[in-house]
Structure formats: structure tokens, C-alpha cells
Write a protein that binds this ligand. Structure first.
Ligand code: ATP
Length: 291
């Protein structure tokens, strides 16, 4: 890929496959190849978009990147080393995830402050006071008011909850975030705010993103590179701009065309961005303590 500026490869998949065996029903002897011989590289500061229709293997691929699912064959490398060389503890400080549903991913019985501080607690980092301080800073980082610290998740809107999920993902100061449909459970009006927050955070903390989405508008605005998945394979891998101008693979063309058709009056549907809209701006945040 051109224009990498010598940036190091932070995440690499080498010929990775994942086969699932059906465990019940009439097809229980059958297998599904969810990811089929995928190789790709993510460089520091990249935003790699993974796009494809439902069932194309995007989530399976992102779970393998996070070490949540083992490949059936092939290797996942983080900073050039196999994931298996990393302890859970070290891995969590390098790579974190933001998944789709902010409604189910937050414990309803905990306060927002303790949810955000939980990774620090689990990893034995800091005193109680230090963890609380960091959780308050993280609230600020993701643009939430200090007063929500003692609230329960049920008292927050969907967009606010997704900000909490992002704050928790940042607690251990990771360098890579894997975001699987980070906004698809949210109202359209809130989606752009969350995506712009993610873009701001990337600049502020020099984060690298893997962004899984079926929404081409999200992919177009967020990513630097795009991998198009179809039936478990990557059928096209290109810089984000070029893929929207001159898609090479027939499947990518179909994907783009169907997005155009769905959009009222043509164009890609859903989120509309205006990065200069003051509603999307976030005040600059002070440097974080602790880590
Ligand atoms: N634990 C599992 N057991 C059996 N089959 C699975 C399992 N997880 C995923 N699959 C199958 O693997 C294929 C890829 O699924 P995956 O969830 O990775 O696709 P996806 O592109 O993320 O889809 P979506 O956009 O709908 O989330 C699908 O056919 C799915 O049914």
C-alpha cells in the first residue's frame, strides 16, 4: 500500500482462516468457513475499514484480531509477534474493542464511574482514588458531563452510553481499537457525533482503528484503507478514496450500487457529516494521568 510513510505494521493477519462446525440441527456435521485465507496489514495510525454484507465474516475476523477467537489456521501478529505470545493483561493494554450495542454491553447495576474504571481495577492499576480520577478524566475525554459519574447506564441516552463504552475501551490507554458497527444501534442523528468523537480521539492519542461496518458512508468518511469481504474472503483491499472512485471487484461495485439505490435521491445513505458543525466539536482535554 502506498503512502505508508514508513509507519510500522502494528497488526497483521497471515493467511488466517476460521471454520465453524455446526453443533446442532440437521446440518450438525457441516462446517462453515467464516473466514477464508485472509491476509492483511494494519499500519500505525491507519483506519482500516472492513465492509461486506451480513455473514461475510467481518465479526469473526475482528474477534480473531482481538484474540477473542482462535484462527483454525494462519497467524495473527501484533507488533510483529503472534497473539499467543501476549498475556491477556498485556494484550488488553495494546488492543481494545468497541462493539455495536451500548445497551447490552454495560452492567445496569454499576455506576458509570465504576464501569469506566473497571479495566484499571481488573488489571490492578492505581489506588481507588487514582482510578476514580482517571475515570473522571475519561468522561471528559469522551465529552460526557462530570455529573453522569454516579449515574446508572439506564439514565443515559444511547449516544451517551456509547461514549461510556469508548471511555472504558480507552481506560488502559490502548493503541489499537477494533470497532464493530460502533454506531449502528444509535439514532442517525447521534451516529455522526460518535464517529467524529472517534476521529478526534484518533488524532489526540494517535490511535489505530479497525472499523467494521456495513454502512458505506461510515466507511468512506472514517477510513484510510478499505477491505471488502465476501464469503469469508477479502475480495478487494485499497485506499479508501480509490475504492469509492474506481472499485475493481464486481462485488464491491454491487455493494456501492446497492447503497446508492437505497439512498433517497441517490448518494450513500444514512449519516451526514459536517466536521465543522459546532455540535460535533469537543473541548480540548488535558493530558491523562496514571498511564
Ligand atoms: N459461533 C459460530 N458458530 C457457527 N457459525 C458461526 C459462528 N459465528 C459465525 N458463524 C457463521 O460464520 C459466518 C460469518 O459470520 P460473521 O458474524 O463473522 O459475519 P458478519 O459479516 O460479521 O455478519 P453480520 O454483519 O451479520 O454481523 C456466518 O455464516 C455465520 O453464521
Amino acid at each position: 500500500m502506498s503512502g505508508d510513510g514508513g509507519r510500522p505494521v502494528v497488526l497483521e493477519l497471515r493467511d488466517v482462516s476460521r471454520i465453524f462446525r455446526m453443533s446442532r440441527g440437521p446440518f450438525r456435521r457441516d462446517t462453515i468457513t467464516a473466514v477464508d485465507h485472509v491476509s492483511l496489514r494494519v499500519r500505525q495510525s491507519d483506519v482500516l475499514g472492513i465492509v461486506g454484507e451480513s455473514g461475510s465474516g467481518k465479526t469473526t475476523l475482528s474477534k480473531m484480531m482481538l484474540g477473542l477467537l482462535a484462527p483454525t489456521s494462519g497467524d495473527v501478529l501484533l507488533d510483529g509477534k503472534p497473539l499467543s505470545d501476549f498475556s491477556r493483561r498485556v494484550l488488553a493494554r495494546r488492543i481494545q474493542f468497541v462493539f455495536q450495542d451500548p445497551y447490552s454491553s454495560l452492567n445496569p447495576r454499576r455506576s458509570i464511574g465504576s464501569i469506566i474504571a473497571q479495566p484499571l481495577y481488573i488489571h490492578g492499576i492505581g489506588t481507588r482514588m487514582e482510578r476514580e480520577k482517571r475515570a473522571r478524566e475519561l468522561l471528559d475525554v469522551v465529552g460526557l458531563p462530570a455529573r453522569v459519574f454516579d449515574n446508572a447506564p439506564g439514565q443515559l441516552s444511547g449516544g451517551q452510553r456509547q461514549r461510556v463504552v469508548i471511555a472504558r475501551a480507552l481506560a488502559l490507554n490502548p493503541k489499537i481499537l477494533v470497532c464493530d458497527e460502533p454506531t449502528s444501534a444509535l439514532d442517525v442523528s447521534v451516529q455522526a457525533q460518535i464517529l467524529n468523537l472517534l476521529l478526534d480521539l484518533r488524532t489526540e492519542f494517535d490511535l489505530t482503528y479497525v472499523m467494521v461496518s456495513h454502512n458505506l458512508n461510515v466507511i468512506e468518511h472514517m477510513t484510510t484503507e478499505v477491505a471488502v469481504m465476501y464469503l469469508g474472503r477479502i475480495v478487494e483491499l485499497a485506499e479508501a478514496g480509490s475504492i469509492f472512485r474506481e472499485a475493481a471487484h464486481p462485488y464491491t461495485k454491487i455493494l456501492l450500487r446497492s447503497a446508492m439505490t437505497i439512498a433517497p435521491g441517490g448518494g450513500i445513505p444514512d449519516v451526514h457529516f459536517d466536521r465543522n458543525d459546532p455540535a460535533y466539536k469537543r473541548p480540548a482535554t488535558p493530558p491523562l494521568s496514571l498511564l
